[in-house]
Design a protein around this ligand. Structure first.
Ligand SMILES: Nc1ncnc2c1ncn2[C@@H]1O[C@H](COP(=O)(O)OP(=O)(O)OP(=O)(O)O)[C@@H](O)[C@H]1O
Ligand SMILES: [Mg+2]
Length: 513
């Protein structure tokens, strides 16, 4: 053993001696040139090329580093025994990554590449306004020289895209609102956000399964349709109009859409937007893969009215649906002096050139009164899908019974089921009303079903009675109208009327004279 240490010491001594001899014999310039030459020769014979992706590029964080880290964390073939675990802010998932000098093979388009994570200690800190981390971290990508041009660009694009997907999947959805009324936050952002935790999904949504399936298909096609939209020269966006009585699930449907696609929601409060240019700015600050929602579009905005209202208060209370208002000078031309929001501004927002800044966005408008909407908003190509959210139907009821009481169709008494089916359409009850009833009695499931049936029957009866009254009233009205018409059309009576009018006029003229 002693001999071994002795010989090692002598070898090291010889090496140190050679090094100092080289330093004496060759000046630094010569050594540097020799090293350069050696590197060149090495590169000529080396069949690989290397790319360094450092964590910090100058003073900025390198987005590509984070993307590579996230992308590699999704790889199942990490062989290292030590992995780093991270959980980002707003995230409900944990990601893992490579630790120091760990390596990982990856394959892209049939080409093998090697990733190495390199961590070194940062040398003595130079002065910087921004504190630098103690460690210098980076990835080195090794690719065969012949494959370099084949994959480099597309591979890096692929990594960025994949990382964004993982980030979106890991992060909770965000719900944005512009309720600050146009003021900006410290970063100049007009939107405020909170984590979006709405539990509504397409499974919990009570509606006709065929219609639901159609909407889900449409959303999937949209999300996967980048190349289709590019090929057809259309902006990558889609418009949904959800209409129907209150409590039929319009807002729940929006939440289900966001959860299904993993998109954020921008809840646009139009009453807080002062003019068209503000609307445009809000649009520009929305991210792609998002749903932009305007709820109760018929009530949330009095388009040209707002402009007229400032000049003449008598017009307050009239909506943009009023044809007179629509054809007014302020509508349809664009900014209109820049101090009001107009129908054309809104249409530009959803449909015009500005709507394409960013991509992959869904616009959803909701209303309880589709008949009040301007035809310009409804014309084809503007709102691609018109979805009528109706009162609870029998298939929708079955979904509610399953979700709230855990009762499948087969668990229910056949007679009760039949009665429910007969009465549900006549009762015209909303899913919101039905779910309230089911929640109230959810501990006693049989009682819940019986009470629901009774409530539906009672309601159906009331509806049919009120329907009869309305029908009777309508008949009376029609009869009265016809009588009036007959009275007006009758020549004799008409003459008498004309004569008496003439007489009155003559008397009036005499008085004046
Ligand atoms: N189709 C549905 N499926 C499941 N739950 C529903 C449905 N419709 C309504 N609900 C229940 O009723 C509540 C109210 O529904 P929601 O807010 O979605 O109705 P809405 O159509 O948006 O009403 P409004 O027109 O008043 O905005 C929801 O929280 C949900 O629990
Ligand atoms: Mg709603």
């Amino acid at each position: 053993m002693k001999e071994y240490w002795g010989s090692l010491a002598s070898v090291l001594g010889v090496l140190a001696f050679c090094q100092s001899l080289l330093q004496v014999l060759f000046p630094p310039e010569l050594r540097f040139a020799a090293l350069k030459l050696f590197n060149r020769i090495f590169n000529v014979f080396n069949s690989y090329c290397y790319f360094d992706i450092t964590e910090i590029d100058g003073v900025n964080t390198n987005e590509l580093y984070n993307a590579v880290q996230l992308y590699l964390s999704s790889s199942v073939s990490i062989s290292g025994s030590r992995l780093s675990l991270t959980r980002a802010l707003n995230s409900s998932a944990i990601t893992f990554g490579l630790t120091n000098n760990d390596t990982l093979f990856d394959t892209f388009n049939g080409v093998n590449v090697l990733w190495e994570h390199i961590v070194t200690q940062r040398q003595a800190q130079t002065f910087s306004w921004r504190p630098m981390p103690d460690e210098k971290r980076g990835f080195t990508l090794r690719i065969k020289k012949k494959d370099k041009s084949l994959i480099l660009d597309s591979y890096l694009d692929y990594i960025m895209e994949k990382a964004n997907d993982i980030r979106r999947k890991n992060e909770d959805r965000l719900l944005y609102t512009n309720s600050r009324g146009g003021s900006l936050d410290s970063r100049g952002h007009p939107w405020e956000s909170v984590p979006f935790k709405h539990p509504s999904t397409f499974e919990t949504l009570a509606m006709d399964p065929a219609k639901k399936g159609e909407i889900m298909e449409d959303l999937k096609d949209f999300a996967n349709g980048q190349s289709f939209y590019q090929k057809t020269g259309r902006a990558w966006k889609r418009g949904y109009l959800l209409y129907g009585p209150p409590g039929t699930g319009k807002s729940s449907m929006i939440a289900a859409m966001a959860n299904y696609l993993g998109y954020d929601i921008y809840d646009l409060e139009l009453t807080e937007v002062h003019n068209n240019s503000e609307l445009r700015k809000l649009l520009m600050k929305t991210s792609s893969k998002s749903i932009i929602v305007i709820e109760d579009i018929d009530c949330s905005i009095n388009l040209s009215n707002r402009k007229k209202g400032t000049a003449n208060n008598s017009s307050i209370g009239r909506s943009y649906c009023d044809p007179e208002m629509r054809s007014g000078p302020g509508v349809g031309t664009g900014d209109e002096g820049g101090n009001s929001i107009t129908l054309s501004g809104l249409l530009n927002f959803t449909d015009g050139l500005w709507s394409c800044c960013g991509s992959e966005r869904i616009f959803v408008f909701t209303t309880n009164h589709v008949d009040k909407l301007d035809p310009a908003l409804l014309r084809s190509g503007r709102m691609d899908m018109h979805v009528f959210m109706n009162y609870c139907s029998f298939p929708a009821l079955k979904i509610l019974l399953k979700n709230y009481l855990g009762r499948e169709e087969s668990d229910l008494d056949e007679g009760v089921l039949k009665e429910l089916e007969e009465v549900i359409d006549k009762a015209e009850m909303t899913p919101a009303d039905i779910s309230e009833l089911l929640i109230k009695n959810r501990r006693n499931k049989d009682k819940a079903v019986i009470e629901l049936l009774e409530a539906l029957k009672e309601r159906a009866e009331r509806k049919s009675k009120s329907g009869e009254c309305v029908r009777e009233k309508n008949l009376n009205d029609v009869e009265e109208e016809e009588q009036e018409k007959r009275a007006l059309d009758s020549p004799k009576e008409g003459c008498a009327f004309d004569e008496s009018c003439k007489k009155d006029e003559e008397d009036e003229e005499k008085k004046i004279k």
